[in-house]
Every structure is written in C-alpha cells, then in structure tokens.
Design a protein around this ligand. Structure first.
Ligand SMILES: *[C@@H]1O[C@H](CO)[C@@H](O)[C@H](O)[C@H]1NC(C)=O
Ligand SMILES: *[C@@H]1O[C@H](CO)[C@@H](O)[C@H](O)[C@H]1NC(C)=O
Length: 393
C-alpha cells in the first residue's frame, strides 16, 4: 500500500499550485475561464510565481498602463500570453502620452502599454501592442523572455529596454511604423536597448521596419548584445509630415553616444542580419569603441553607406555591402576585415543576387514563428557570404 512519507506530505502542503488566470476584453469576473477578469492589471496583481495569465481574443484598451513590478523565479516564471493562439491586441490609444506635445516630457511610469520595472522572470507570448506611449517599456528588468510580439504604430519606440538588464531574450519580434511626434522623430526606434548595462541580452529572428528613427538602437548600452537574423528596412523616412524632421534612419545603430569620455565600449555581436532601404547607414558603430563581431550580414541599397566602423577595432567577416548609395564601407584601419564583399572583390550589383524580392521575408511567419526562407539577397555564386534565411550560419 502507498504510504506517503512525511516529506512528501509537507511538499504537497507547501508547494503553491501554479494557477491559470483568464482575462477577456468583456470580462467582469474574478479570473476563471468561465468568469474572466476584464482588466489585465487585475490579473497581474493576482499572479504569483509560476502562474499563467491567458488573454482571450480581442482588443484591450486600458486607460492606465499595465504595471508589471513583481517577479517570478527562475524555476517558476510568470507568463502573460494570448490564450492558445487567439489574436490579442493591446491598444494604448486611451493612455496618457499618445502623444504629448512637442518637447513635453513623458514620465517614466507612463512609458509603455506594458511598463515592466524591477520585474524578473516573466515570459510574454503572442501579443500585439499598438498606439502606446512605447509598446513595451522595460527598466531594470532581467531574465525576461518575449516571443512573437508585434509592436507597431506606437508614439515612441515599439520595444525599449533601459537600465540594468541581463539575460533578456526577444525572439520573433515585429516592430514597425513607430514614431515620436513629441520629438519630431528623434528617437522612436523599432527596437532599442539603451542607456544601461547587463550581459546576456539577445534579439533574434526579428523584423524592424518603417520606424521614424532607427531600426535598432543600442545607444549608451554598455554591455555586449547578441543580434541574429534581424531584418531592418525602410527606417528614417518622414512618413508623418513632421516639421523639423529628426529621424536618423540607420538599420543597426550599434551603441555609442555621448562625448568620447562617456562612451563605454560594448562588444556587440551581429550575425546573419540584413539592412536595406534605410534612409542612412546599414550598420554603424556610432562612436562605440568596443571590438564588435559582425559575420555574414548584408547591407544593400541603403541611402548612405553600408558598414561604418570608424571608432572600433571590430571584426567584420563574410559580410556583403552592395548598391548602397553612399560608400559601401567606411572603416578605420584597425578593423579586422576578411572574406567580405569588398575583400573578395568582383562585381557586387543588383545582378549579383538571386533575388531582390523581399516579399517572403516580409510575409507571414511560419507556424513555428520563424520568418520563411527565401532567396532574397543570396549571391548567385552560391558562396557563403552575406546573410541568408535559408540556413543557420
Ligand atoms: C545569465 O545567465 C547565465 C547563464 O544561465 C548565468 O551564468 C548568468 O549568471 C546570468 N546573469 C545574471 C546577471 O544573472
Ligand atoms: C537595385 O534594385 C533596387 C530594387 O529594385 C532599386 O531600388 C535600385 O535602384 C537598384 N539599384 C541599382 C544601382 O540598380
């Protein structure tokens, strides 16, 4: 006969059961699947380590932003997700700061439809965040995981992390058409990890497009960030009729900022990523003196130069710079370059590529969340040079 041990009984009595908490845009209940909450904040307030908050389909329009200021644990994270694969939109239009007037300030606590601060061990899945004072805004938050978020048409950056930030993973992000009327386009990026430090952060298999400032911006972030399979295009154009337009328009702005003596070098790693059709540069160190690693990236048809590394002894290997309107590359002599298009020579023109058609890359993701593979910007030579969606590098 089964005789439960004393230890087993104590464990049973003390281990909290992970709860499933439900929210619906029309809910009036207390968080069960049959009587969901109507407010995401109520669910966050009720959640404990290990719990999962399920958002039922529809559009949520909160009048104050969702404050996430508690933590899960490494073994029992808190999850905020769409229920199964239902379509969930968090619309920030009713929040303060959408937008504030030109040159007005946006208080920290109001930033983000999701404002995540001092909150660790969260997981977020399959959410669309629009019209917010930032879509996702995270400050001093670590060990968080974001999968399949879409952040677009926000009044500041789509997705921003700041402050002390370690071991955050962002995968399958789509961030587009974000703009900041408050600053005439000076700083709304697709993805920004800025003004802070902490190791182990990564952005993967993500698309950043048509944002007013840069696609990706690591301004004043002082630790290495890993960027893989990130596609950045169409950033830095004045699509909103701003008067004194301030948008920068780089595909990947890899750190730097401030006067020389305030720049802390950060050895970012960028692999298998593409910048094209941006208003200015494809990939730029922006004054970051860190020894970065760039492998198998492609800068094509940008409005200015392809790769600009004038401050750093970075390592550039097997990248392609072609058909950019400015110089293909602008490199300081301490850059270690090998196997790049400009090293191997030959013709690098539109006719060098199997396909100039980005439709598949820009289209629906696969059911696993990944961007679908295509021949976009693969060299006709078949050589392993430049970015490819067809295989891991
Ligand atoms: C980040 O994760 C790695 C691997 O799990 C771990 O070694 C490291 O201590 C973590 N960093 C922080 C700041 O917790
Ligand atoms: C290359 O192709 C792109 C896309 O069709 C086009 O915008 C660009 O003008 C072409 N550039 C050259 C130099 O042919």
């Amino acid at each position: 006969m089964f005789a439960p041990s004393f230890t087993f009984l104590v464990l049973l009595a003390t281990s909290a059961h992970a709860a499933d908490i439900y929210v619906s845009p029309t809910g009036t209940g207390s968080g069960t699947i049959t009587a969901p909450y109507g407010s995401i904040q109520s669910a966050v307030n009720a959640a404990k380590a290990g719990d999962t908050i399920h958002l039922r389909a529809g559009t949520y329009k909160p009048s104050s932003n969702i404050q996430i200021t508690k933590s899960g644990t490494s073994g029992a994270p808190i999850t905020l997700r769409s229920y199964e694969s239902e379509a969930v939109v968090l619309d920030g239009e009713n929040l303060p700061g959408t937008p504030y007037g030109l040159d007005e300030s946006l208080p920290n606590g109001e930033r983000g439809i999701l404002h995540i601060q001092n909150a660790n061990y969260w997981k977020f899945y399959n959410l669309e965040l629009i019209n917010g004072p930032y879509g996702v805004y995270s400050r001093d938050a670590s060990h968080n995981y974001y999968e399949r978020l879409s952040t677009h048409d926000n009044y500041e950056s789509g997705f921003q992390m700041q402050g002390t930030a370690s071991n955050n993973t962002i995968i399958y992000l789509d961030s587009y058409l974000n703009r900041d009327p408050r600053k005439n386009g000076e700083s709304a990026d697709g993805f920004a990890l800025k003004e802070g430090s902490g190791t182990g952060n990564s952005l993967r298999n993500s698309r950043l497009w048509n944002n007013v400032d840069d696609g990706l911006d690591l301004w004043l972030f002082e630790s290495p960030v890993t960027i893989e399979e990130v596609y950045s295009w169409g950033n830095g154009f004045n699509r909103w009729g701003f008067s004194d337009f301030e948008g920068d328009g780089n595909g990947f702005k890899l750190g730097g900022g401030g006067s020389d003596d305030t720049i802390v070098p950060a050895a970012h790693v960028v692999r298998n990523s593409i910048a094209w059709g941006n208003a200015k540069k494809g990939f730029i160190d922006n004054g970051n003196t860190g020894a970065m690693t760039l492998e198998r990236n492609t800068a094509w048809n940008n409005g200015d130069s392809g790769f600009v590394f004038k401050s750093s002894g970075s390592s550039l290997k097997s990248n392609v710079a072609a058909v950019n309107v400015g110089s293909q590359v602008n490199l300081i002599s301490s850059v270690k370059a090998s196997g790049n298009s400009w090293d191997v020579g030959g013709t690098w023109a539109n006719s060098t590529f199997k396909s100039l058609d980005a439709t598949t890359l820009q289209g629906a993701r696969g059911s696993d969340g990944r961007i679908k593979a295509s021949d976009f910007l693969l060299p006709t030579s078949g050589n392993a040079i430049g970015a490819t969606t067809r295989e891991d590098v």
